[in-house]
Design a protein around this ligand. Structure first.
Ligand code: ATP
Ligand code: MG
Length: 589
């Protein structure tokens, strides 16, 4: 447990003052608790043995002792209250900090990390694991710390007064220790299994509820329920094991403690009868004895809290220890005003480095050019788009902005100047305008509406109940695919960046809307570098240059007219498109 506190020392450091105050209060509280049995001893050994109990007013010593008990008890209660409040407050503050720090860290981890993680499980680490650590900290700071100081005080006083008797009281410590250590390991093991299973329960629920339409349309409820139940049952089994051991522990501790106390009572009584010891002193020892075992019993009772807390601390630490695969290099410089020269030079890249998705890709876009990427599905077009804002790092070769390798630039400065409309547009909960403003929080309402009109969002917004301020459901489920796509385009346009990457921006639109949206796009991106992944003829014809991607390689490049004249992948594709999708060019023309 000390180890857990040590691991989180950085989070405790800002609360040094409060911790010190709490520590001082605890020392004072322990001193008061140690003083409490002494007035009783004086009453038994001095007042009672004196035997001369006259009229009550004649025994000032008795009155003094009674008053002392009252004062010590009242002061003790006050210090306990203050200490507990201070230290539990530190626990709360620390947890709030840890939760935020973990969230901030998680958000900044690279996409390649998030792809391998389950959202529900990460969510669990942020909420219930952090809460469980809080249980551990509160237990450590406001329960164990006072008990341990009390323990040390008792040991020092008892050894000073009567070393033999003190040793006798300590006989139970070795067996107690052995029992505690053994159970602690077992309980912690089961707590860790339980937390892991809980993560699976949460991630399965998050995944299914997030894809509820898929589950419903495939009649997958029963299968999904069976899976959920199997995770839940595994969690239950681990929980029951933990409960079993957690319940055995205090029982075992109680037996050992009571045997120890019986021994102290036996030997103590014999010594008092022999006249080797004052009765009052035996009472003090018995009172201390009670207190001596208290920390051990508390430790046993808190074992579950502590073990669960340690298991959770491990899970939170595990996340905090991950370093983002894509991060600023030491000495990375901010990218000054980007002119818009984008280049991929001989890039090889694989999401899994062993299986390259791009091989030897070289692509150039000069400032103000519109270039198009065309090619069959799975060719690597979206992958190329993601490399420009450095969502991933290349295996070999380089991605350059205005001639600088993106790995030498700060991520913030790159992403402030490159907009990406992904293939699958995602909305957040909030209003339509808030969604458009997501990448440009300082844009004015007028600027937002200009971008929205260019992306043709206004066309459907006027039919919504609250217009621009209509609330969108989580992930935009209350809008159609094409509507979401137009909002995503507006979101990129309003950022007004020198480089804009559009990954099939109009695939969800009908021919008429597509042509209107493309015209708006061209107007707002005039003079900017645009990289567009496109299948439609209308887009391809306008491009300054088309790169044909197939199997992770650039297999051809040139203008639409040049490529259409040569046999190859492009002409095959183009002929298919011509038969199917010439409508946009008709409308546009
Ligand atoms: N996040 C990912 N992790 C692992 N592999 C991926 C990932 N994204 C894409 N791939 C793989 O990389 C290859 C290229 O994918 P990419 O998305 O770049 O294709 P695309 O040309 O955009 O296709 P489409 O026209 O269907 O959008 C595919 O074989 C795909 O399976
Ligand atoms: Mg794609």
């Amino acid at each position: 447990m000390v180890a857990v506190l040590w691991r989180f020392r950085a989070t405790l450091a800002p609360h040094r003052g409060r911790l010190a105050a709490g520590g001082a209060l605890i020392l004072l509280g322990s001193a008061l608790a140690l003083a409490l049995p002494w007035p009783l001893k004086i009453v038994v050994d001095e007042v009672l043995r004196g035997g001369s109990v006259g009229p009550l007013s004649g025994t000032p010593l008795l009155w003094a002792c009674i008053a002392a008990i009252a004062v010590v008890a009242a002061l003790g209660a006050l210090t306990t209250y203050l200490a507990e409040r201070t230290l539990s407050g530190v626990g709360e503050r620390m947890l709030a900090y840890l939760r935020t720090a973990t969230f901030a860290h998680l958000q900044r981890l690279s996409l390649s990390y998030h792809q391998t993680q389950r959202v529900g499980d990460l969510g669990n680490r942020l909420t219930s694991d952090v809460n469980t650590i809080q249980g551990l900290l509160v237990a450590a700071l406001s329960v164990l710390l006072p008990n341990v100081t009390l323990l040390v005080g008792i040991l020092v006083i008892s050894v000073t007064i009567d070393p033999f008797f003190a040793l006798l009281s300590l006989l139970v410590v070795p067996p107690l220790y052995l029992v505690l250590v053994r159970y602690r390991r077992i309980i912690k093991g089961w707590a860790a299994v339980a937390r892991k299973e809980e993560g699976r329960v949460a991630s399965h629920a998050t995944e299914v509820l997030g894809a509820i339409r898929l589950v419903t349309t495939n009649a997958g409820e029963d299968r999904s329920e069976r899976r959920f139940r199997s995770f839940s049952d595994a969690r239950l089994a681990a929980g029951l094991q933990r409960v079993d051991f957690a319940a055995r522990l205090p029982a075992a501790v109680d037996v050992i403690v009571h045997l120890g106390r019986a021994l102290v009572l036996l030997v103590g009584t014999l010594r008092v009868l022999d006249g080797a010891m004052d009765l009052g002193l035996l009472l003090v020892f018995l009172a201390y004895n009670e207190k001596l075992y208290q920390p051990v019993k508390q430790l046993a009772k808190l074992q579950t809290t502590i073990s669960k807390g340690q298991a959770s601390a491990d899970r939170v630490q595990e996340v905090l220890a991950v370093e983002s695969a894509v991060r600023d290099r030491p000495g990375a410089r901010p990218l000054r005003r980007l002119r818009g020269h984008v280049a991929l030079r001989d890039v090889t890249f694989g999401y899994d480095p062993a299986r390259p998705v791009l091989r030897g890709v070289t692509i150039t876009a000069l400032p103000g050019e519109m270039i198009a990427l065309a090619g069959p599905t799975g060719a690597g077009k979206s992958t190329i788009g993601g490399l420009v804002p450095r969502l991933y790092d290349v295996g070999s070769g380089s991605v350059q902005l205005d001639g600088h390798d993106v790995r030498d630039l700060t991520l913030d400065s790159i992403r402030a100047q490159v907009s990406l409309v992904p293939q699958d547009s995602v909305l957040m909960s909030g209003t339509i305008l808030e969604n458009i403003a997501f990448g440009a929080p300082h844009a004015t309402r007028a600027q937002l509406i200009v971008a929205a009109e260019a992306a043709h969002v206004d066309e459907f917004v006027h039919r919504l109940p609250d217009g621009w301020d209509t609330e969108v459901h989580e992930r935009g489920s209350s809008l159609s695919g094409g509507q979401r796509q137009r909002i995503a385009i507006a979101r990129a346009l309003v950022r007004d960046t020198p480089v804009v990457i559009l990954d099939e921006p109009t695939s969800g639109l009908d021919a008429v809307s597509e042509s209107l949206v493309m015209r708006g796009l061209e107007r707002l991106t005039a003079g900017r570098t645009v990289i567009v992944v496109a299948h439609r003829l209308s887009t391809l014809q306008r491009a300054d240059r088309i790169y044909v991607i197939d199997g992770g390689r650039v297999v051809d490049s040139g203008t639409h007219a040049q490529l259409a004249a040569r046999p190859g992948v492009f002409r095959d594709m183009n002929e298919l498109l011509d038969n199917r999708g010439t409508a946009p060019s008709l409308v546009a023309g």
